[in-house]
Design a protein around this ligand. Structure first.
Ligand SMILES: Cc1cc2nc3c(=O)[nH]c(=O)nc-3n(C[C@H](O)[C@H](O)[C@H](O)COP(=O)(O)OP(=O)(O)OC[C@H]3O[C@@H](n4cnc5c(N)ncnc54)[C@H](O)[C@@H]3O)c2cc1C
Length: 483
């Protein structure tokens, strides 16, 4: 069953998972209105793989697995593989306006990256390396959807995990049996956890210190594993109101905290075990960054393009699109879109094959530019939406149905624009509000600022590793010597 349909994905969610919402256990996540939008958005992505118009891009023949798999699972070995991957990521993102950050392709490609670096995990023992590759094959063959949880609760950042007033809060190993390891504690923030098939846990950031060995474990388990509890945040999905909340009614992902109570993880799902040195090197040396940033930048390109188009339409609706200061603003938006667009293409053009495993990796530094600038560009574009919407953003009728009510003609007049009906302009403004004023919109700004990790750490890491720095320094030094 390599390529699943949306229906098969949804059926797979009817299991014994323990999901909590507002203090109550959810019986069946597939019948829970607060999760309907998110599950529907993911199901559409599975169905897209069967659409003849997209199948060639979204499905790949995998020599490793000997059967077709989702494109994100493909381990890239040629420049064409990378280009097809980008096209696949963008096709997926276009089905949700780039609003589903944790779509299946994100973790699928991360897992492909981990499996491609078997040698790295073999440093922790052949059994650990076999576990990584075996898990990749299991997820790819069954076309599963993963969530991931990296972070510990925000406790006292001045203390290490075992030094906290309660060393048991952060997720750690508390036992070991012939079958596997036993874990207790908490991880966050696992977007999509309530409706993912499995969870991959790998602790971050890579700054583990001696004494924290019990916390340094990488593993994966099904969401229905006994003892694993998923605690949801409030839903922002204005379900059933597609015209009034065009995005939040359809694409609101759920973020969650995951709580482990005596959870047994079988040895064949343990990838790093109590190894702080290996864990601290994993993010960088597994080369997952290159392959995942390629996906996240492609998705961001679709999202920025969508917002850019909305700003244009709002400007037109106000009869302002030709004004110099508005054109300047639109130009600023276009440039930001273009910079993010360029990162994936530039990274592909500068891609290099890793002699160790024969895998082609897009250029890290080109991709890091997108990860570093996305958290700035996205809020900037959202501010442009606010600027173009102005006060009309709080002049909206409760529902689009009001146009058919006795006050409909007055609303039509009150919201009419330049060469655009009141109804059409209201639809644009409702979309704008969902992006810049709703809880969903606020969450998306937070997401774009945080999804790639805390930004100052990201920037410091770029400076630490910047591979083209020495060439710049040599050039400067040569110039100085020539004076
Ligand atoms: C919508 C959303 C979805 C997410 N989805 C996922 C997911 O699916 N899986 C997942 O694992 N994670 C997810 N995350 C988590 C995300 O990776 C983190 O939010 C991000 O890495 C920031 O970490 P933090 O929340 O612990 O913030 P912190 O690191 O605690 O940052 C909070 C503030 O403290 C400051 N700060 C932190 N450390 C220091 C320091 N040492 N010195 C000085 N200042 C400091 C920061 O600059 C910041 O201002 C998600 C986050 C969001 C917002």
């Amino acid at each position: 069953m390599a390529i699943r349909t949306g229906k098969q994905y949804i059926e797979g969610l009817r299991d014994t998972r323990e999901v909590w919402y507002d203090g109550k256990r959810v019986d069946d996540v597939t019948a829970f209105p607060e999760l309907e939008a998110a599950i529907g958005a993911v199901a559409r992505l599975y169905d897209l793989q069967h659409d003849p118009a997209h199948r060639e891009v979204l499905v790949a023949d995998s020599p490793e697995l000997g059967e077709p798999v989702g494109r994100a699972f493909e381990i890239p070995r040629t420049p064409e593989h990378l280009a097809l991957k980008r096209e696949a990521y963008m096709t997926c993102a276009r089905s949700n306006c780039g609003m589903v950050g944790r779509s299946p392709d994100f973790l699928n490609v991360m897992l492909a990256a981990l499996a491609a670096k078997r040698s790295f995990f073999a440093e922790g023992g052949e059994a650990r390396a076999d576990a990584v590759v075996g898990y990749y094959e299991h997820v790819a063959r069954n076309d599963l959807f993963l969530t991931h949880a990296l972070l510990d609760p925000q406790l006292d950042k001045g203390l290490l995990r075992h030094q906290q007033s309660d060393p048991g809060i952060c997720l750690r190993v508390t036992g070991e049996t012939s079958e596997g390891i036993v874990l207790n504690g908490i991880k966050r923030i696992a977007t999509a956890a309530p409706y993912a098939d499995e969870i991959l846990v790998w602790p971050f950031p890579p700054t583990f210190q001696p004494g924290e060995e019990d916390y340094a474990n990488v593993f994966a388990i099904p969401m229905a594993t006994p003892g694993l509890k998923t605690v949801c945040r409030p839903s922002f999905a204005n379900y059933g109101a597609a015209r009034d909340y065009p995005l939040s009614s359809r694409f609101d992902e759920m973020d969650a905290t995951v709580v482990f109570e005596d959870v047994l993880v079988p040895w064949e799902r343990v990838f790093v075990y109590k190894d702080i040195k290996l864990l601290n090197r994993m993010y960088r040396e597994s080369r997952m960054r290159e392959l995942t940033a390629h996906q996240t930048n492609a998705r961001l390109e679709v999202k920025l393009g969508f917002v850019y188009a909305l700003i244009n339409r709002l400007a037109e609706a106000q009869g302002l699109a030709g004004r110099p200061e508005i054109m300047e603003m639109l130009g600023e938006a276009a440039v930001r879109l273009e910079v993010v667009r360029s990162t994936t293409r530039s990274a592909e053009q500068q891609a290099e094959v890793d002699a160790e495993n024969g895998v082609i990796y897009p250029d890290l530094f080109a991709l890091q530019a997108g990860r570093a600038l996305g958290p700035i560009y996205y809020p900037e574009l959202i501010n442009m939406v606010r600027r173009m919407g102005g006060g009309a953003l709080v002049q909206l009728p409760v529902s689009m149905d009001e146009f058919d009510s006795p006050v409909g003609p007055a609303i039509e007049q009150a919201l009419r624009g330049a060469d655009v009906s009141g109804q059409r302009k209201t639809q644009l403004l409702k979309l704008a509000w969902d992006l810049c004023g709703s809880e969903f919109g606020a969450r998306h700004e937070l997401y774009e600022k945080n999804y790639a990790g805390e930004r100052s750490a990201l920037m410091a890491g770029i400076q630490r590793e910047y591979g083209r720095k020495q060439a710049c320094l040599d050039y400067l030094d040569e110039f100085l010597e020539g004076l």
